[in-house]
Every structure is written in structure tokens, then in C-alpha cells.
Write a protein that binds this ligand. Structure first.
Ligand code: HEC
Length: 96
């Protein structure tokens, strides 16, 4: 059972990593964000912890930008990403 769980977890990691990395690359997020490496913006882990279960807050931040929630640097609105906001929010909230 332990082995099965480990294999399952490994399978998910392999499947999940490229998919979520791609959506952030495609939408121009990775210059400022990474799953767990601090760049100009907060890590997806930080955002997932702060906005747990609150997809609407993430969608709103892409539409309107965000400032003062994580530090001094603001994020401008991300108009190109608005069409994919739902998928992006789900991927961010799924970051562990
Ligand atoms: C120019 C750099 C930059 C780019 C490009 C960028 N961000 Fe950000 N992002 C930031 C910064 C800086 C913050 C922190 C703002 C704050 O403190 O409120 C942030 C915050 C966020 C937050 C947290 C919002 C909140 O209020 O909880 C989310 C979600 C987010 N970004 C998603 C994205 C996504 C998705 C993309 C790609 C479509 C993206 N960002 C592109 C710099 C950027």
C-alpha cells in the first residue's frame, strides 16, 4: 500500500509539474513568479496559503492588479491572462 501511494504521488508530480509550469509560462507569469522561489512577486505557495479556497481573489488580482498584500512592489493588471484566470487560479491554489 505504501509503495502504491508513493507511485501514485510520483505519477501526479510528473503529470502536474509540466502542465502548471506551462500555463504560467504561456501567460507571462514566470518572470515574476515561481512555485517556491521568491522573485519579484510572491511564490505560488505563499499565494495558495494566503488565498486558500479563494479563487475569486486571485481572478480579481489578475483583472485589477494587486498591491500591498505581499510587499512593496505592486503587480500591474494582467489583461492577457484574464481569459485564463480561472485555470491560473486553480493551478496556483493547487501549488503545495
Ligand atoms: C511584473 C511582474 C509580475 C508579473 C508579470 C506577474 N506578477 Fe503576479 N504579482 C507580482 C507582484 C509584485 C505581486 C505582489 C503584489 C502585492 O503585494 O499585492 C504579485 C501578486 C500576485 C498574486 C497575489 C494576488 C493576491 O492579492 O493575493 C497572484 C495570484 C499573481 N500575482 C498571479 C500572477 C499571474 C497568474 C501572472 C501571469 C498572468 C502574474 N501574476 C504576473 C508581480 C508580477
Amino acid at each position: 500500500m505504501k509503495l502504491f501511494t508513493a507511485l501514485l504521488a510520483a505519477g501526479f508530480a510528473v503529470m502536474a509539474a509540466p502542465a502548471s509550469a506551462d500555463i504560467f509560462a504561456d501567460n507571462g507569469c514566470i518572470g515574476c513568479h515561481d512555485a517556491d522561489k521568491k522573485k519579484m512577486g510572491p511564490t505560488w505557495k505563499e499565494v495558495a496559503a494566503k488565498r486558500a479556497g479563494n479563487k475569486a481573489a486571485i481572478v480579481a488580482s489578475l483583472k485589477d492588479g494587486s498591491k500591498g498584500n505581499y510587499g512593496k512592489i505592486p503587480m500591474p493588471p494582467q489583461p492577457k491572462a484574464v481569459a485564463n484566470a480561472d485555470a491560473l487560479a486553480a493551478a496556483i491554489l493547487g501549488t503545495k
